[in-house]
Design a protein around this ligand. Structure first.
Ligand SMILES: Nc1ncnc2c1ncn2[C@@H]1O[C@H](COP(=O)(O)OP(=O)(O)OP(=O)(O)O)[C@@H](O)[C@H]1O
Length: 711
């Protein structure tokens, strides 16, 4: 157990004892009160409130707070100590706040104040409040035991502020298989994003390890607190790159006391809305194609299928086509239930195009058909002779069936295919007005896959767009949408989501330097920013990297600067560790050395280790090698749904978003990692997964992206 000074520690011990006593007593009382299941509405409301309190106190009981700020508001005579915790707790006797929720306006001072004698201020619902900070203190409490007290600021003290000491202590810890909350050490630049106003589309460029994922999750918790009357957890959604990543981040929101937020991938979400009408083609083929080693790799352009189908141009093309399709959707023929009686097509058109024009296509069709049936019913009623009526009814039923055969209700995939085929066959649209053009590269990559009723990821947003035209938007409107690893999203996807999001409330985060899926993602943030009104969007940059040691960040920046592109480089926090090791190995010793290194790491201090290979095949070989040497390891491929921690073997392109205490990059030679932008980004991703230790091995010539002689 460590402490900076004796007195503060004793002072905090006494305070903790008092607070814990109050929370324990409150919780015991609540737990002994039975749940109410009766019909009385007042009692029901009280029961809900008690449940919420039970939940809040259960979060607070073990670690009631992590920070203290002594603040003297202007006009007051003395500073008030404010204790900041994950959940707000009141003293039931005085109703005074015992612990302040980290999301409360006043708690923002704890994060934004970084020292100095000047006036500090925060924004409260009543306006700006200012005053002086006298003390800022970090506390570590585990299971109601005070473990550490660190003062990062004391007014008038000649001690130098140690603002980063507590952060560095936190960053130096090992990580297990879950991302954790950072409420006690949120940095000022992160806090600004977390607390940004709701109805804004925030686009955040953050370097590797700058806390993007973590910040996004904390922002959701903040929005739920700050806008509790307007937003609901069930109406918030997080899009992440894959199921394994979702598993990895799944602990943070519950740690913050937040539940029920949908966490999904765009593909899973889309396939569900499409009611599994299509299947996704196996992603490994695409990954193998784009991450092939050497000259086999395809050339990237705006006509690359993923880029083309993700563009706003394609979205407009589809919309124009559907509009034209809509104009010819209703049959031109009159409906004649029997000789001598006709329902003019003009009337049918009027119902469809005028009366029901606010409904989506299929709903309009449904209503119009119901209207025809009603008309038919009335016409039949006019026939006095029951026998004749019966005959005419039978005949009319059959004729209606035939009439509707000429008016089919298409599925999203059927309509999408129809559009695509028309465009592929020369560009005439449904109405013949809108010339369409689909590049031959896109046609060649599409047709063989669709034949199997499979689609590529870039077809999902177009399918959803068509579905919304046919059946409307369902699944409700979102209160807020988070898109993580957004550099891999397309403008089409974001535009589609924005139509389903109230107030354009988005948090879009990513890193262009990690844009390894550039065949489907964006190349610059303007591609997204251009989708929103400038007054409704904001752009932030996070430059400091918290994950890795200084040595690792400097090394990774070196790789990136040899990419041939100008990409945002990371600024490390001042956390020093081992030198990055780059070693040449004789091919015949490669396997033995890899096994020895992994063994040394697992027997040492690393809880999580990644062995990163260039391709899935290489990884399969590495995995076999480790298992044969008695080292338990998980081989991660594109289908992996769970992140288990321990030793993982994986290709760099699947490592995105994850982190490991130690990373070993095998085969970092000039064949696997050429002096190209894609290889530089891949290697950068691989290097920046390491928290504490990074080593690279190569045989033959080293990759030209590596710096061999670091000081
Ligand atoms: N303020 C902070 N205090 C403590 N730890 C932090 C802070 N900010 C980030 N971290 C830690 O840094 C690591 C990286 O965070 P996170 O994964 O959210 O970053 P990222 O920007 O999404 O990274 P990447 O783009 O490389 O996947 C995590 O271990 C996180 O807990």
């Amino acid at each position: 157990m460590e402490q900076t000074r004796q007195n503060p520690f004793e002072e905090e011990l006494a305070r903790l004892e008092e607070t814990s006593g109050i929370i324990d007593a409150q919780l015991a009382k609540l737990r002994s009160t039975p749940r109410y299941f009766g019909q009385d509405l007042t009692e029901q409301a009280l029961d809900v409130r008690r449940e919420q309190q039970r939940h809040t106190l259960a979060v607070a009981v073990n670690e009631p707070y992590f920070g203290r700020l002594d603040f003297q508001e202007t006009g007051r005579t003395e500073p008030q100590p404010l204790y900041i915790g994950k959940a707000g707790v009141e003293n039931p006797k005085s109703n005074a706040p015992l612990v302040i929720d980290w999301r409360a306006p006043i708690a923002s001072l704890f994060y934004s104040f970084t020292g100095g004698e000047l006036t500090a201020s925060y924004e409260s619902p009543e306006g700006i409040i200012d005053g002086l900070v006298y003390l800022k203190r970090n506390l570590v409490i585990r299971k109601q035991m005070l473990q550490r007290v660190v003062d990062t600021y004391e007014r008038g003290s000649d001690l130098l502020p140690v603002a980063d000491e507590f952060l560095l202590y936190r960053l130096g810890e090992n990580k297990d298989n879950r991302l954790r909350d950072i409420v006690s050490t949120i940095q000022a630049e992160q806090d600004q994003i977390i607390r940004a106003a709701k109805n804004t589309a925030l686009v955040i460029q953050g370097v590797a390890g700058s806390g993007k994922t973590t910040v996004a999750l904390h922002r959701l918790a903040f929005l739920l607190y700050q806008y509790r009357d307007n937003v609901k957890a069930e109406n918030m959604i997080i899009f992440a790159p894959n199921s394994m990543f979702l598993d990895y981040i799944s602990g943070v929101l519950p740690e913050l006391g937040v539940g029920n937020i949908q966490q999904t991938t765009f593909a899973d979400w889309a396939l569900e809305l499409l009611e599994q009408e299509v299947k996704l083609a196996d992603p490994s083929a695409t990954l193998r194609r784009w991450f092939a080693v050497g000259p086999k790799r395809p050339v990237l352009s705006d006509e690359t299928p993923g880029r083309f189908k993700g563009s706003i141009g394609y979205l407009r093309m589809i919309e124009a086509w559907v509009e034209a399709y809509e104009r010819t959707f209703v049959p031109q023929a009159d409906f004649e239930p029997w000789e001598g009686r006709t329902l003019a097509s003009q009337r049918i058109h009027e119902w469809f195009y005028v009366e029901y024009k606010h409904y989506p296509l299929l709903k309009r069709r449904e209503r119009t058909v119901a209207r025809i049936e009603r008309w038919l019913g009335m016409e039949l009623d006019k026939i006095g002779d029951p026998k004749r009526r019966k005959e005419q009814k039978k005949k009319a039923g059959q004729r209606l069936k035939t009439f509707l055969k000429g008016w089919p209700a298409p599925t999203p995939f059927a309509l999408y295919k129809q559009m695509f085929e028309e465009a592929a066959n020369g560009g005439a649209s449904a109405s013949g007005e809108q010339p369409l053009h689909i590049p031959s590269e896109v046609i060649a990559a599409t047709e063989p896959i669709w034949k199997k009723k499979e689609v590529q990821p870039e077809d999902l947003a177009p399918l959803l767009l068509i579905r919304s035209k046919l059946a409307g938007v369902d699944g409700g409107m979102f209160d807020h949408v988070v898109v993580d690893e957004a550099q891999d999203f397309s403008p089409f996807q974001i535009a589609l989501l924005s139509r389903q999001t109230k107030g354009g409330s988005f948090t879009i985060l990513g890193d262009l330097a990690q844009g390894i899926h550039a065949y489907q993602g964006i190349w610059k943030w303007d591609e997204f920013l251009g989708l929103f009104d400038s007054g409704q969007s904001g752009y932030f940059q996070l430059e400091r990297s918290y994950r890795s040691t200084m040595e690792i960040i400097r090394f990774a920046n070196g790789v990136l600067s040899r990419s041939g592109e100008t990409l945002p480089l990371a600024v490390p926090v001042f956390r020093s560790g081992d030198k990055v090791s780059v070693a040449s190995v004789d091919p015949k010793d490669r396997d033995r050395i890899i096994v020895e290194e992994v063994r040394e790491l697992t027997e040492g201090s690393a809880s999580t280790v990644a062995v990163i290979g260039r391709t899935e095949e290489i990884c399969a070989g590495l995995h076999k090698l480790l298992e044969a040497s008695g080292i338990a390891a998980t081989l991660i491929d594109a289908r992996q749904r769970e992140y288990r921690g321990g030793v993982s073997v994986l290709p760099a392109y699947l490592a995105k978003g994850l982190e490991f205490d130690a990373v070993l990059i095998a085969d970092a030679d000039d064949k696997n990692y050429e002096a190209s932008a894609l290889d530089a980004k891949l290697l950068y991703v691989a290097c920046t997964r390491a928290l504490h230790r990074l080593s690279l091995l190569y045989s033959g010539e080293p990759s030209p992206l590596l710096e061999l002689d670091q000081e």
